[in-house]
Design a protein around this ligand. Structure first.
Ligand code: XMP
Length: 512
């Protein structure tokens, strides 16, 4: 298999759509990466892309300081597709004209297709597309032909097959453009001549080869949390190096119901991965005794985690590599270079300063949904692959006030009911997270003829794309009712259930 798959770069002009474009290209089974618009033609040429897509952006090409691309990019001989601002930029930099005279178009728009041979192949006249522009291209780049127009965009699409420059004023990457994916595929398969060969089985095969080359006959360790990213990273590395990988599972006692057992079952018994299972709940409860402040709790949990991980790792002195489940969005956001050595960070609280490992990050190029596909291909069960995000400090930050084993047991049962009912209602993939919180208050109730004075449980369920913002999930009332009645009947000491209807912001998803 080749070293690297053919690459299509998405040049990012600060649009919210750049990631979406990259994902659409990948859905067409072509590998894509995002690069900042400041990239020079020489830097781009080094990466030998097979195609270049210029994204949309918030600026006007006619204002002072508008972001441009290095003009030499147009002379690389690599096919270029401009989308929205990207298309305007092609016109602006290649002898066409962009004007601000019109009214702009926002939302669903009908375009007249004048030529359906090239970029718009297979498209009938009168296409629904999604527009979002104020400026309009009034003359395409010199030598290009207008292939579609709309009432406010005389040049809604253009192409120059000789120079291999293409542009669309509309957004083919959004779902509101029904044939948008077709436009992207026409560019990739026809203009760039690429095969749809970037598939998850190929990704796995290539990744396995790369890990083998990197690690050789040495040893690697991986901290497992039960979360999808570390799980898939571990399974992939195990496929590559087998018994040279040891996983460390720090069982804090703050996991969800039966989660510890499930991690052991999945990785040790089913996948045959060597697992060091650190059963250290007692140490965590001792450390958390009397601790109420949320930040103090996080600190106690984080530090203990590090200490335990260190103990486990010291028994594996010859391990030189640390496997981490870093994903592509983390790489884009942090702008991290391809790091080799690290001194940080686990999702719980950071690894010890003095532990030096080389990193193995087999998921660095993948989006979350692609990681899930890889996980399924590697035989991980749905419960792991579709597991909802879970904070490093675990139930410790979902118990308000002091954390005790009794409170954890109560919360685990209530939380399992919430998740079970969400799964039965088939809403698991629609909501981002759904869980229970145990606050540090009690209230009066009546059960049978008896007065009760028990704990409430708060149900928290949110929808979100990335956890940066979130909305409370509009769960059906009958589902909430089932959760409430089961929690009160099945969980001793709970006499009231409330539903949290706070979005983020102003709330956070977790309570602490
Ligand atoms: P908040 O509560 O800040 O959470 O809205 C955003 C997302 O991050 C998760 N979360 C954590 N994940 N370590 C993690 O790995 C943590 O310490 C942590 N705290 C919150 C939270 O579950 C949500 O998905």
């Amino acid at each position: 298999m080749d070293e690297n798959p053919p690459l299509v770069v998405v040049v990012d002009f600060g649009a919210q759509y750049a990631q979406l474009i990259a994902r659409r290209v990948r859905e067409a089974n072509v590998y894509s990466e995002i690069v900042p618009y400041q990239i020079t033609a020489a830097e781009l040429a080094e990466r030998a892309p097979a195609g270049i897509i210029l994204s949309g952006g918030p600026k006007s090409v006619n204002v002072e300081g508008a972001p441009l691309v290095d003009h030499a990019i147009f002379d690389l001989g690599v096919p270029i597709l401009g989308i929205c601002y990207g298309a305007q930029l092609c016109a602006h930099q290649l002898g066409g004209e962009v004007d601000r005279s019109g009214r702009g178009e926002y939302g669903r728009t009908d375009i007249a297709v004048q030529s359906a041979d090239g970029l718009l192949m297979g498209m009938s006249d009168g296409q629904d597309v999604w527009m979002s522009h104020f400026d309009a291209i009034v003359a395409p780049p010199a030598g290009a032909t207008v292939i579609a127009s709309s009432p406010e965009a005389p040049v809604a699409a253009f192409e120059d097959p000789v120079r291999a420059v293409y542009g669309v004023q509309f957004h083919p990457e959004v779902a509101h453009t029904p044939n948008g994916q077709r436009v992207i595929e026409n560019f990739l398969y026809k203009a760039c001549g690429l095969p749809p060969s970037w598939t998850m089985p190929n990704v796995i095969e290539r990744s396995v080869e790369q890990i083998r080359t990197q690690v050789g006959d040495r040893r690697a360790i991986c901290g497992l949390s039960g979360g999808v990213d570390s799980a898939v990273a571990a399974a992939l590395v195990h496929k590559a190096i087998g018994p040279q990988l040891t996983c460390v599972f720090v069982d804090t006692g703050l996991m969800r119901l039966d989660e510890g057992e499930q991690v052991v079952e999945t990785f040790q018994r089913n996948q045959g991965i060597e697992l060091v299972h650190m059963r250290v709940a007692d140490r965590f409860f001792a450390g958390l005794k009397g601790v109420i402040d949320p930040e103090a709790k996080r600190k106690v949990i984080g530090e203990l985690f590090i200490r335990v991980f260190e103990e486990a790792a010291s028994g594996l002195e010859d391990a030189e590599f640390l496997v981490q489940g870093t994903l592509y969005p983390d790489v884009i956001e942090s702008g991290t270079p391809d790091a080799a050595k690290i001194k940080s960070h686990h999702n719980v609280g950071g690894l010890p300063e003095d532990m030096e490992f080389s990193l193995v990050e087999p998921l660095r190029a993948l989006f979350k949904d692609e990681v899930r596909t890889v996980g399924s291909e590697l035989g991980l069960p749905d419960e792991i692959v579709w597991r909802q995000p879970f904070p490093g400090p675990g139930l410790g930050v979902r118990i308000i006030g002091e954390v005790t084993p009794e409170k954890v047991a109560t919360l685990q049962l209530a939380d399992a009911i919430v998740r079970d009912e969400i799964a039965k209602a088939d809403l698991e993939r629609e909501i981002w997270q759904g869980f229970a919180v145990l606050p540090d208050i009690r209230s009066v109730g009546v059960m049978g003829d008896e007065r009760t004075y028990g704990h409430p449980i708060i149900i928290r369920a949110v929808t979100s794309d990335d956890a940066m913002t979130a909305d409370w999930a509009r769960l059906p009332h009958d589902l909430l009712e089932r959760m409430s009645s089961r929690i009160i009947n099945e969980v001793t000491g709970v006499n009231r259930v409330a539903y949290d209807i706070t979005s983020k912001p102003p709330g956070t998803i977790e309570w602490e």
